[in-house]
Design a protein around this ligand. Sequence first.
Ligand code: GLN
Ligand code: ZN
Length: 769
Amino acid sequence: MSTAHILGFPRIGAHRELKFALERYWRERMSADAQAALLETGRALREAHWRSQRESGLTYVTVGDFAWYDHVLTTLAHVGGLPQRFGLDAQHLTLPQYFAMARGSDAQPAMEMTKWFDTNYHYLVPEYSPSTQFGAGVQWLFDEVDDAQRAGHRAKVALVGPLTLLWLGKERNGLADRLSLLPRLLPAYRALLERLRAQRIEWVQIDEPIFALDLPPAWRDAAAQAYAELAPHAPKLLVATYFGDASEHAARLAALPVAGLHIDAVRAPEQLDAFVEALEQTDKVLSCGIVDGRNVWRNDLDASLIRLRSAHQRLGARLWVGTSCSLLHAPVDLRNEAKLDGELRTWLAFAVQKTREVALLRDALTAGRESVAAEFDTARAAADARRTSTRIHNPLVKRRVDALTGEHATRRSSYASRAVAQRARFNLPLLPTTTIGSFPQTAEIRAARAAHKQGKISHLDYLEAMRSQIRIAIDRQRAYGLDVLVHGEAERNDMVEYFGELLWGFAITENGWVQSYGSRCVKPPLIYGDVYLPEPMTVGWVTYAQSLTDKPVKGMLTGPVTMLQWSFVRDDQPRAQTALQIALALREETVALERAGIGMIQIDEPALREGLPLKARDRAAYLAWAVRAFKVAASGVADDTQIHTHMCYSEFGDILPSIAALDADVISIETTRSNMELLSAFETFDYPNEIGPGIYDIHSPRVPGADEMAALLGLALERIPAERLWVNPDCGLKTRDWQQVDVALTGMVEAAKKTRAALQARVKPYATT
Ligand code: GLN
Ligand code: ZN
C-alpha cells in the first residue's frame, strides 16, 4: 500500500478563525481571556485539520505545519536562534514575546518580513550574528504531537530544515557566512528529532526547498554532513524539495542518509524520471507531489495516475503520493463557495478537496482505478468540460492575441520626442508633485462599499457616495498644491479584485482566503478563462475627478503582471499568454481613458519583481514576456499621453534594464525605507526616462517633516537630473488617515517648492541634458 500525505494544511481556518482570534488577542493587549480563546482556537483548528486529513483517507496527518504567526519564526522558537536583540529565552518563550518579535514592541522593531520563495506568503527573516546560539526551545511541537496521537491520528511531523532555516536568514553584526552556524545549529535539530523519535513519530518531513534554487556549492555540499549527523538520531526523514526543479541534485540527495525525498512534480514534472532513476536501486521512498498546492484547479486524476503508474512500476510501495508543496498557499474549502458559478465550481479543488485527491490517487495506484471509479469519472468529466467550455475559450480573444505584433508593444515615438509633446501639453513645473493613487480608505468608504455589495443602497446612491469621496480627495489635493492629481481609488477594495470583478475570465470567491503573513490574508481572484474587457472599468470615476479640476488627473490601473501574480491563474495555458490577454484588456482601457480626455495614465506593476523565477536560467524569458505585456497595455496611446508606472515592495536594482525597457514615461518607486539606497543602482545604470523616488514612507504612521523630505529629494538629485525627477510618496495612502496625509503631503509639496526654488536660483545646471 502506498502512502498518501500532504506537506501541510492551511492554518488560518476556513473562516479565518485564527486571524480573528489573533486580532482579538492583540487588541485586548494579550489579556488572559483572549489568550485562552486564542489557544483554544489554535487547538480546535489543528484538530479539525487533522480530522479532515484523516477522513480524506491520508495515511498520515501532518503535525508541525501550524504556527501562531509564521512557521519560520516558530522553527526558530523550536531550535533557539531567536534574534538576539530581543533578549529572549526560546525555552521559556511566551506568546507575547513571540508576537513582539513578529510585530515589534516599544523596545524593538519587528523582525523583517520577506516573501517565501516565489509565493505571496511572507515569512519573518531570521537574524544571525557571530554569537547566535541554538538550543532547546518551546514545547509547542511536542504538545501538538501528543494532541494528535491522543486523538488517534497517525502523525507525520513537518519541519523547516536546517539548511533552509539558515539560508533564509540575514547576516548581522559582522557575521560573514551564516552557513558557518550549521555546526551550532545541528545539535539543536538533533535534540528536537530525538524527542520526536521518543514520541514514536515514524516520519519527519524536513523541508529543504532551497534545493530548487541556484544553490552555491558550499550549501549543497553541506547537506551530506548535516543529514549524516541528524539521521541516526531521528525518526525516518523525508527531505522535501518544492517550488521547482531539484533534479540537478538528484544523485546528491539520493545519497543522503535519509529515508526518502519529496519532489514537486507540478512545477517541475520533468524531474520525476530523474528521481525515480536515482532512487530505484535504493530502499528509499520518493514522495511525488502531483496535486498542486499553489493553485485551485481540480486535479486531472487520470492524467496524474498515468504518470504515477510508471513510477509505481519501478518503486512499488516506495512511491508516495502527495501535494506539490504545503497547502498553505491554497484556500481551505470549496464547500464554502455557494455563490460561485456552478460549472466553474466543478473545475476547482481547495485544500480539503486536494487532500482527498491525494488519497484517491493513492487508492487508484494500489487498488486500481475501479476502486475509486466514481470519483475518477467525475474528475474526468470536469477536465473534459473545462477543456472545451465556451466559458473559458473565447475565439475573439485568441485571435486578438495572435494578431499582436511588435508594433503593439512599442510607443509611436521615442521617450525623447514624447517628452517634448508632453511638456508642451502639461506645462508642469520642475520637480512635479503627485501621489501614487489611493487616499485613505475610511470607515465611511468601507461602509458604503459593503452596503452596496449587500444591496442595501441603490447603485445611484453608491455612485454618489463614491463621487463625494472623489470630491473630498480632489479638494484636499488642491489644498496641498499638488501638480498632478488622482481620483483616490475609493471604489477599490483591492488593486486586483476590483478589476477581477469587471473583467470576463475572472471570478471572485467568497471565502478563498490565503494567509499572506500573520493574521493578514488575501483573497486572490481566479482567472479561469480568456480575459476580455466588456466595458471600460475606470473611465467614469477618473473623468468625474477630471471634471472638478484644471490640473491633470492621472488614470489608475493595475498592470498585467501584477494581476497575474496576485491571482490564481489558469494552468491550461502559459502564464505569458494570460498576461497578454490581460494586457489587451488594459490597452483598451487606456485608450478609452485617453479618448475621454485623460492625459496621464498610471499602470501599477508592484509585483513585476516578485514574479522573477527562482532559477537564473528562467529569468530572461520571464522578463521578456512581462515587459512585452506591460508595453502592450501601455502603447496604444498618443505621444502626448503620459504613461506612468509604479513599483514597490522589493529591491529591483538587479532588473533595472527591464524596468527601463518598460519605457514608461514616468516611474515612481519605493525608496524611503532604504534611505534612497535603491537609487545607488542608478549610478551605474542610467535610467533614461522620468522617475519619482518616494520621499514619504507611507508604511509608518509617522509623518516626516518637510526638511526631512527635502533632504531625501536632495539625495535623489545627486543621481537624477532635475528635469526627469518627480516628487511623490513611496506608495498609495490607503492605509493612512487623512490627518497624517494632510500634514505629510503639505510638507512634501513644501519640500518640492523649496528645492525647486534653490535649483532655479542656481545657474541651471541641467538645462542641456
Ligand atoms: N495605485 C495603488 C495605490 O495607490 C498602488 C498600490 C501598490 O503599489 N501596492 O494604492
Ligand atoms: Zn506601491
